[in-house]
Design a protein around this ligand. Structure first.
Ligand code: A2H
Length: 253
């Protein structure tokens, strides 16, 4: 059954500054609403280590009104799910304000709730699937092999991927420690499995499984309000804290 119980959390990453391409599309379309990119994550306890956010450069997204004061950027499929969860002006009906291509969102600056880096940039990730979550992924290279290998690939070929190297000006941020892999679980596992790039899909699937199990069952938090606690205990607490603060909500697929 994959990497464990699929309890996703929708995280509200507020737009601080649109990329020029996005600004041209969004201007005048969202009223007075605050706009958020909304990744779905399985691992709320790792969010201290966010370094960027990913969208697919080949997916179309919508900016959807949630109410009079907020709008979310998600895939069309996710917007329908949100509407049935009560996250739309009229239950069961989506309210799209404007459509935007993933590639045009790249370079947008966002707030990263709980992040050691309080603000991060949106980068492209080719392996983001339109059929999963919200089509937006927050990136935690310390604990996610996919996120780590993608940021490494982007660094090697910044020009090809049309990303400003300044958006990649970070190191993985240690969040939890495991007896076997230390403070940077994903990086150690990628080394162990000799993963060369984000296109090593089979190895990355193995790495993901190992990183998840090792972090969840043997990890101890080394940062945040639950520092020193086992990941298993901290995970629901971080999740509850984010929901309490109005920065996240349970996301049902
Ligand atoms: B996870 P599930 Cl630290 N396409 O969040 C590809 N991947 C997606 C996605 C999409 N459309 N939507 C969500 N995801 C990723 C953190 C994390 C995640 C860590 C470690 C592992 C991990 C930070 N990125 O996921 O199969 C999101 O990345 C390993 C699977 O829909 C989300 O959690 O349950 C996870 O996959 C959801 O996967």
């Amino acid at each position: 059954e994959g990497v464990g119980p699929q309890e996703l959390l929708g995280l509200k990453m507020e737009v601080v500054e649109w990329s020029p391409a996005a600004k041209a599309i969004i201007d005048g379309k969202v009223g007075d609403r605050k706009v958020f990119l909304v990744p779905a994550t399985l691992r709320p306890e790792t969010l201290y280590g966010q370094t960027n956010c990913f969208v697919s450069p080949t997916i179309n997204y919508g900016v959807y009104a949630i109410n009079d004061s907020e709008a979310y950027v998600v895939s069309h499929r996710a917007a329908r799910n949100l509407a049935f969860q009560g996250l739309s002006p009229t239950r069961g009906e989506v309210s799209q304000l404007v459509e935007i291509h993933g590639k045009d969102i790249v370079g947008t600056k966002l707030k990263a709730p709980l992040g050691v880096m309080p603000e991060v940039y949106v980068l492209p990730m080719e392996s983001v699937k339109a059929s999963k979550g919200t089509g937006v992924v927050t990136s935690v290279p310390s604990d996610s092999p996919d996120d780590y290998t993608t940021t490494q690939d982007l660094r090697k070929k910044a020009e090809y991927y049309k990303v400003d190297p300044a958006w990649l000006n970070f190191e993985p941020i240690p969040v939890l420690t495991t007896p076997k892999y230390g403070n940077l679980t994903a990086i150690e596992i990628c080394k162990e499995l000799k993963i060369q790039s984000s296109k090593d899909a089979k190895l990355l699937a193995d790495a993901k499984e190992i990183a998840y199990k090792e972090g969840f069952y043997s990890g101890t938090m080394i940062i945040g309000d639950f520092k020193g606690e086992p990941v298993q205990d901290a995970k629901p607490k971080v999740r509850a804290q984010l929901i309490e603060m109005g920065l996240a909500f349970p996301y049902a697929e």
